[in-house]
Design a protein around this ligand. Sequence first.
Ligand code: NAP
Length: 272
Amino acid sequence: MLIYGRDIREQMKADIRHFSADKTLTMAIVIIGDDQPSHTYVKGIVKFAEETGVKVRVIHLSAREEENTVLRTITELNENPEINGIMLQKPVPQHLDANKITNAIAYNKDVEGIHNFNLGKLISRQEGVKPSTPKAIIRLLKEHDIEIEGKKVTIVGRSTIVGNPLAVMMTTENATVTLCHTRTKDLKKEILNADILVAALGKKNFITAEMVREDTIIIDAGINFDENGKMFGDVDEAAKEKAAIASAVPGGVGVITVAELFDNLKEIYKNK
Ligand code: NAP
């Protein structure tokens, strides 16, 4: 059975629209260069903002911009009282250090929840802004009444924005977590052991039917495009048909992730 995120996104949209009705919330997005998927993603954020009455300021910098200029832009946004939240669209051009720029964003304007300060809070289980994609994954499970506590969760992918923080958040939800990556010795064995599998490795249709059990719950966070621009997840169709439950791509985790940015913006506004 496929599960979707669209209804959850619509509910979140209504909540954010209601929250922003009598206040001005503004998010700044810094995008550097002309990476097409990034521009498409930012367009989606702008559309969500328009539909919820939130203001978005998109700052588009050239791919050749020097790091100092980017950092100065971030400082200006940090100091601007009209800006409630800031996001750095990734990837950034190779000569720039995405981690350094992300950590130049004021931690209390970090809508993505990936500033070192906020990641530290996550690990020490304090309230705070949480990374948007892991938040979307946990929300998708909970909204479909899928229990996490006590489950064996295997996550494939250990990035700072998805796999790693998700492992922490799943542990906080009392799951027993296995975090896999390119050096994992027997990936198939680890996936077969999972009650819940989260695929976040960024390889089109990488996980196939023989790697999953009939009772596995699959959350496919992958977003991959073929040469015709068609979107695919990290898990192939046959694996999703075999498993008990699987999230759709497109229409699953991805549609909630954007809403989570605005949910974070709402939290930041409340705490300012
Ligand atoms: P990333 O930074 O490229 O990280 C990929 C991770 O997967 C790495 O930890 C890598 O291991 C691991 N990996 C790659 N190939 C593997 C293999 N063959 N076997 C085992 N592990 C493997 O990617 P990301 O930014 O986390 O994104 C992952 C996927 O999620 C992408 O498709 C991306 O588009 C998607 N995504 C979706 C959303 C959403 O809202 N749905 C948001 C963000 C990202 P090593 O660490 O060993 O290299």
